[in-house]
Design a binder for this molecule. Sequence first.
Ligand SMILES: [Ca+2]
Ligand SMILES: [Ca+2]
Ligand SMILES: [Ca+2]
Length: 287
Amino acid sequence: MGPEGSRRRPRGARGTRRAPAPAADTTQLRSLALGVVPLALFGLVVALVMFYPSGGGDAGDEGTGPGAAGPPDAGVTPEPLPTADLFVPGTTTPPTLPPDTVGGDGPPGPAGPGGPGGAGAAGTSVSGRPRTAAVQQVSRPVSALPFRRVSNFWGPVERDSSNGEDRAGDGETLEIEGRRFGSGLGVHAPSEVELDLAGHCSAFTAQVGLDDEEGEDSRENVGAVAFAVIGDGRLLYRSPTVRPDDDPLPVSVGVAGVRILTLRVDDLGSTKNDHADWAAATLRCTP
Ligand SMILES: [Ca+2]
Ligand SMILES: [Ca+2]
Ligand SMILES: [Ca+2]
């Protein structure tokens, strides 16, 4: 460290020796430089001022090329990109819904955002239409559907009324803990109602419970049942034990793909007072 530092000092001395020799020439050069350098600097400044706006123009041209949406602002180019990304993976249902609503405007719409995006949007919107059309479903009261097979402990299964007695049509308004229902099935456990869905339905809903027609005196009404929903032999839902003083129990079961749906009520060992209601029983199915 020490020796090297001592060597560097003489080098500086050499530099001072060189300076005096070309001193006469440098004075002339300096005068020339003083005249030329400002001109060069001015030229550079002018050139920079000219180039900067022209560079922005190029960027603007790139933006207007694909976008074709007037303003050359860079903000235009990001807009077509996200829309194109949404449309390309349009296999997912949520993105296809907006194109369908805009379906009528599909062809003219894409021209605005950009060339590539427009082509993608047109393809997915066309393919999306049949999918959403197939998904459309309607709610149907189960009491309005034909039964594939029925078994009932006391008389026939009643449509839109309680089970009543052993004759057809002798029931009353479906009622569970004071709540009345305009549609549904009145049965007596043990009971099974089979429906042929043919795989066209997606959901079954109902309010289940023991009908009030057997009274509210727990010493006389000893009804106790369990409701079960079965799809193609597979148990999809089973309620806890339902008693006469229980409120309507909401049931919601997915039945997508199910061909034979069975609504079963188990008597849990005793059939006494087991007047059970599939109140407001509804299926969501394709028309
Ligand atoms: Ca009856
Ligand atoms: Ca009751
Ligand atoms: Ca029972």
